[in-house]
Ligand binder design. Structure first.
Ligand SMILES: [Fe+2]
Length: 272
């Protein structure tokens, strides 16, 4: 999957528009300056290094951030509809959007020139055999993405609230073992006091999964391919064939009727 130059450019405009619409005070200009100082890098960054992760293509980072922000706003509405008392006034929509916009900021690398986090892979073997389209910049110190996101923000003096800090820090949920400290508390007093980290984690998980599916549908696993030197007969070939056929039928590009009905359901859901 790839984006056209027009899509990349529109995504960039949408990113800045969300800052304009949702971020207030001094932070609005600070965030826009941070983004525009690294405009080309941010516009062209992938969201992950491997083809089969998610949005591993130029423009993938912004595309992912926009999807996470939309998913976070939609998830927040769902929590409210389901009666979550905490989703009402324990955090603000600005905090939700700020955390979503910046959860993966660490993927831009250092806040300085020529220090991208992802570089195009110069090993054709790794690209062909492992799908590693990008490699990590070896000149950048090792740091978890959520922590680098917060590090970049503090480096610019951009104020981060406690709710935003925890949401960005914990957005990988229990995929990061070190987050057990927060999510698997042994005492009531040490439980999280806002569900913002969960809402952002679910949004990030949802967006990443959808992006993987968008890639997967165009790159089906070859069922029944024969590894060299071995006799290979897949046990579940017919079942896998059926799964892939079903997935293709669900692909909105192949099924405009489904796409229209899905779009209208989403529009109905969000209209006032
Ligand atoms: Fe993410």
């Amino acid at each position: 999957m790839s984006l056209t130059a027009e899509q990349i450019s529109k995504n960039w405009d949408d990113l800045l528009q969300i800052v304009d619409d949702h971020i207030t005070g001094e932070r609005k200009d600070q965030l826009k300056k941070l983004y525009t100082d690294h405009q080309e890098r941010i516009m062209m960054a992938p969201a992950s290094p491997k083809s089969w992760y998610h949005s591993a293509f130029p423009g993938g980072y912004v595309d992912h951030v926009l999807r996470v922000t939309k998913c976070a706003l939609a998830n927040h509405q769902l929590w409210l509809q389901m009666g979550s008392p905490w989703a009402g006034d324990v955090f603000t929509v600005e905090e939700l959007v700020f955390a979503a916009l910046n959860h993966d900021l660490g993927k831009i690398g250092y806040d300085s020139p020529n220090s991208e986090y992802y570089l195009p892979n110069d090993s054709q073997w790794h690209i062909d055999k492992l799908g590693q389209l990008f490699k990590y910049n070896p000149t950048i110190a090792n740091m978890k993405v959520p922590e680098r996101s917060l590090f970049i923000l503090q480096g610019r003096g951009i104020h981060v609230t406690e709710n935003e800090y925890l949401a960005i820090r914990l957005h990988d949920g229990l995929y990061d073992d070190s987050n057990k400290y927060y999510f698997m508390s042994g005492a009531r007093e040490s439980r999280l006091r806002t569900n913002l980290p969960l809402i952002l984690h679910h949004a990030d998980h949802m967006a990443s999964q959808i992006e993987y599916e968008m890639w997967d549908i165009k790159h089906p696993i070859e069922v029944g391919s024969k590894p060299k030197g071995k006799s290979f007969k897949p046990k579940n070939a017919s079942k896998a064939d059926k799964t892939i056929r079903n997935a293709k039928a669900m692909n909105t590009e192949n099924n405009p009727k489904l796409a229209a009905s899905t779009k209208s359901a989403i529009n109905d859901f969000f209209k006032d």
